[in-house]
Design a binder for this molecule. Structure first.
Ligand SMILES: [Mg+2]
Length: 381
């Protein structure tokens, strides 16, 4: 079966004002989505979501540029184009989207779920964690974080991941004030749901150490990217200081970028994103991590097709345990799917259909046309 064409469906949806959210100094005002399609002469189409952080129209340009290297090839055995030397978010995301679409296509050609291509006895459902906690504002009702968390606990999520909020400098937030909110949050959900914190690389090592110690005492599930990602030794210091796992790597595109973090034990859990690195590379990273006794919790933001790529990996690979599902993407997240998967009690059930298990909804491009402009605005206070 020959590949005949590649294209990219670019989608957007503006958030209603009350659904916009600020972390650090950035107000996110719209949801974006880029779905790469690989077409074949028999009419089978593979689809894969590329990280929208690559900016959908730029991703589409790279997919067009890469298409001639795939057109005419046998769909059963095409090589994914390599990641560029030196990072280019749009180029990397295009490579990743193509790779995920090729996995979907190979599943459809074989009449198997992608999870069955990845592992010998994949699970039929995977636990999900609620990823959000980025709506609270230190200036106005930071306790919104706690109300939101209680809602996820009531829905049966085993874990919620939250962020450190609006720019601490705006409101004189200190480590002590932050930990005060963390302790209240922990008390509100203790015994019902575990917590994890994502620092989004915003803390210094001096701030991160006491935070890590306290989260360890509160039995947090993990601490993600507390300090700038390039500080490998800082990560190794943190990881050695606490029993709680220290995690990271969501922006890395290749195994080689993970290798020093794995070998220096800078991360206890690695977090590649198939929308950034591709599913093929994610599997290689999982294998190296397993060799070192480490787990992999995929980073999975944005929309449902990306969540599905990660769900198949979690279902199939031995050192993957839980699926991140963004809770604040709005209707675009699952409206892209003709039939979204069943999700209940903190579990996502893999559809019993070949490939990644979802198809693009009819007319989705007409309902959610791409809206030019950056998804986030810089806020000045
Ligand atoms: Mg993160």
């Amino acid at each position: 079966m020959r590949i005949t064409a590649l294209d990219t469906v670019c989608l957007s949806r503006m958030h209603e004002p009350e659904r916009q959210w600020i972390t650090a100094q950035y107000r996110t005002v719209k949801a974006d989505c880029a779905v790469v399609r690989v077409h074949t002469e028999e009419g089978l189409v593979g689809i894969g979501e590329a990280s929208a952080y690559g900016v959908p129209p730029r991703i589409a340009e790279w997919v067009d540029w890469l298409a001639p290297t795939l057109i005419g090839k046998d769909a059963a055995d095409p090589a994914t184009p390599p990641h560029p030397n030196g990072r280019d978010r749009a180029h990397d995301a295009a490579v990743a989207g193509i790779d995920c679409a090729l996995w979907d296509l190979r599943g459809k050609m074989a009449g198997k779920r992608v999870s069955e291509l990845l592992g010998a006895s994949p699970a039929d459902s995977v636990p999900m964690y609620a990823s959000s906690g980025c709506r609270y504002d230190w200036r106005d009702r930071p306790e919104q974080l706690i109300e939101e968390a209680v809602g996820y606990a009531d829905q049966g999520f085993p874990v919620m991941k939250f962020r450190i909020g609006t720019d601490w400098a705006w409101d004189g937030v200190t480590v002590d004030r932050f930990l005060g909110l963390v302790r209240e949050l922990h008390q509100a959900v203790a015994g019902k749901m575990k917590l994890a914190l994502d620092g989004n690389c915003r803390l210094t090592l001096d701030e991160a150490l006491p935070i890590a110690m306290e989260l360890d005492r509160l039995e947090f599930a993990w601490l993600e990217e507390p300090i700038p990602w390039s500080d490998i030794d800082g990560y190794a210091t943190l990881a050695a200081a606490v029993d709680m796992p220290v995690t990271g790597g969501e922006s890395f595109t290749t195994l080689e970028q993970f290798r020093p973090y794995i070998e220096k034990r800078a991360y206890d859990i690695v977090q590649p994103d198939a929308g950034v690195c591709g599913l093929t590379e994610l599997v290689r990273i999982a294998e190296l991590a397993a060799h070192h006794g480490l787990k992999l919790y995929p980073h999975s933001w944005h929309n449902g097709l990306m969540a599905m790529a990660h769900a198949h990996a979690v279902a199939a690979l031995p050192n993957l345990e839980i699926l991140e599902v963004c809770q604040i993407q709005g209707p675009l997240q699952w409206d892209i799917a003709a039939e979204p998967p069943v999700m209940d009690n903190g579990q996502l059930h893999l559809p019993d259909s070949p490939g990644l298990g979802i198809e693009l909804a009819d007319e989705v491009a007409g309902r959610y046309p791409y809206i030019e402009g950056h998804y986030a605005l810089t806020v000045d206070r």
